[in-house]
Design a protein around this ligand. Structure first.
Ligand code: PGA
Ligand code: MG
Length: 231
């Protein structure tokens, strides 16, 4: 994979920078308990994450990927979930091994780093702040920051515009179909992490990495390719 032209790195949040399943599952099950429903296993909740909180609440209430909860029930669930999760963002949530070091190395390398998540901005920003990594990012885009979220190319197009580069100069690092589809639609490079919430082998990314330190090593190596050999 040719990374010589890369000028910025966009990161997905859940399943890529942080393992947030325990806290998401705790809040989803607290919501279910509030509504008189039995708890779901964390693996079920994991399969429901990736399209933002509104979808997660529908899926966590019905335990179906395409489930649509009754409107009044969803409203109660959504309000409860947001309040509960906002207060418990980082009880168990931690960065993945190599993520903090990888971010530090990439930041030191001088590449602008951004977050493109489908999590609501009002949840993503405090979560990153509580883990002490918010200042590493030039921009943090949530699923509700723009009129469209991943898999739409809009977030990466917006990042390119803000940074004054093209989407082709961005590499999107993620763990789900939405990340790869968003990158493809924008014309950006797509890198998948092997440790996220989905099976990376099914994502058809340009490259699969085991840690963000590996991404740094690849970008550093690409930058060392002499100018006249770059394509
Ligand atoms: O669906 C979510 O809330 C989080 O999704 P993300 O993987 O885009 O961070
Ligand atoms: Mg993700």
């Amino acid at each position: 994979m040719n990374l010589t032209h890369i000028k910025a790195v966009a990161f997905d949040l859940d399943g890529t920078l942080v393992d947030s399943i325990a806290d998401l599952a705790a809040s989803a099950n607290a919501m279910r308990a509030e509504l008189g429903l039995a708890p779901l296993a964390a693996e079920r909740i994991q399969s429901h994450v990736g399209d933002g909180v509104a979808s997660l609440v529908h899926r966590a209430l019905t335990d179906e990927r395409d489930g649509q909860a009754d409107a009044a029930l969803w409203e109660r669930g959504f309000t409860f979930f947001i309040q509960h999760y906002h207060r418990h963002l980082t009880v168990h949530t931690r960065m993945y091994p190599g993520a903090a070091e990888g971010l530090k190395l990439l930041h030191g390398f001088g590449l602008p780093l951004v977050v493109v998540t489908n999590k609501s901005e009002r949840l993503a920003v405090p979560l990153l702040a509580q883990l002490g990594i918010d200042s590493a990012f030039s921009l943090i885009l949530g699923g509700d920051s723009l009129p469209e979220k991943k898999p739409s190319p809009l977030p990466l197009q917006h990042v390119a515009e803000v940074l004054g580069i093209t989407p082709q100069q961005i590499v999107m690092v993620g763990d789900s179909e939405n990340d790869v589809l968003c990158a493809r639609a924008a014309g950006s490079a797509a890198v998948a992490v092997s440790y996220g919430y989905r099976d990376a082998a099914n994502l058809h990314a340009d490259l699969v990495i085991d840690s963000l330190v590996e991404l740094f090593a690849l970008l550093k190596k690409s930058a060392e390719v002499p100018q006249n050999l770059r394509v």
